[in-house]
Design a protein around this ligand. Structure first.
Ligand code: GLV
Length: 311
């Protein structure tokens, strides 16, 4: 089997995948004139790759989100696509979410501002059992994140499109379920895939359903959030009480890198990180990629994405 690899770290992927599947031929994709391959292993491949590659029998997406791949108009519709499932990203994103939840629950945002004013004042503590956390999206990553936050002692509410049952998590689904969840959470963590159904789900109406003083953490996709509504809900002051929404920790943006002129950079109650919440650990991911290539080439059963649903 011949496998074409497209990734910024393709040489490393080639090395690590060759160790796992020594009989396969791995080729690092060049800009053009690549030989015809049986499988493509890629993260955000260039638009023309599917015009060039005519014999592909399957694709392995080197990430959890398939939005970038599905937006390619030349993507063949009749071949299986396998994506990474958790592969170590869940725990990293879980740590990111825990940092964010504690930032707000333990008032580190207030203390940062107080320090700037040399103000020594202890804030009244809201205990973990009274600090509901919502996790939107209960795929492999969302589930792991929800479980980590629940293990920390927060009451965790999860939301997904279809009904789910996860031990220790109050699971909700559908429009009514979303409203129920929003009313009970002090921090909302968004981990939904980018699909037509989730785009700008966090808009003015959704934000208005959160309790006053709630906070938002988005390690998912930038397109989940209506930025104008977010800025409006935050208000303009640097004091935590100046808007309905207390603060936001954002890792993903509709266009990355985030433009220098974006007002998000300058807002005193927005924390910005450069899409670093869940880097893909090579080892765990390589095991999944090797298993996927083995299953695809041997006709063994393997979970593939549903292009219509978008995940
Ligand atoms: C990263 O954003 C991914 O989808 O894996």
């Amino acid at each position: 089997m011949r496998v074409l690899i497209y990734h910024q770290d393709a040489d490393n992927w080639r090395r690590i995948l060759s160790e796992r599947l020594p009989e396969a031929e791995f080729i690092v994709a060049a800009e053009r004139d690549n030989p015809q391959a049986d499988y493509l292993v890629a993260w955000k491949p260039p638009a023309n790759i599917f015009d060039e590659q005519r014999t592909l029998q399957g694709i392995v997406n080197l990430g959890a989100g398939v939005d970038a791949l599905l937006q390619n108009p030349s993507l063949p519709r009749d071949i299986p696509i396998v994506k990474l499932r958790d592969a170590g990203m869940g725990e990293l994103i879980g740590d990111y979410a825990r940092y964010g939840v504690m930032h707000f629950q333990r008032d580190f945002d207030c203390y940062r501002r107080q320090q700037a004013n040399r103000e020594w004042r202890e804030q009244p503590l809201i205990d973990k059992p009274d600090w509901g956390v919502g996790v939107l999206g209960l795929g492999a990553i969302g589930t792991r994140v929800a479980q980590m936050l629940a293990a920390d002692g927060y009451p965790v509410h999860g939301w997904s499109r279809s009904p789910k049952q996860i031990e220790g998590i109050s699971c909700h689904h559908g429009d009514a379920g979303l409203d129920t969840l929003l009313g009970q959470v002090m921090t909302l963590v968004t981990l939904l895939p980018d699909t037509p159904a989730t785009r700008y789900l966090i808009d003015r109406e959704t934000l208005a359903k959160l309790p006053a003083g709630a906070s938002l953490i988005n390690p998912g996709r930038g397109t989940l959030i209506d930025e104008t509504a977010l800025l409006e809900a935050l208000g303009s002051g640097d004091d935590e009480t100046s808007g309905r929404l207390r603060g936001a920790l954002l890792d993903a943006f509709p266009t990355e890198p985030l433009a220098a002129e974006s007002p998000l950079w300058r807002h005193p109650r927005i924390l910005i990180t450069p899409h670093m919440a869940g880097p893909t650990p090579l080892g765990a991911a390589a095991d999944q990629v090797a298993d996927a290539l083995d299953a695809l080439s041997m006709g063994k059963p393997i979970a593939t994405i549903d292009p219509e649903a978008g995940y």
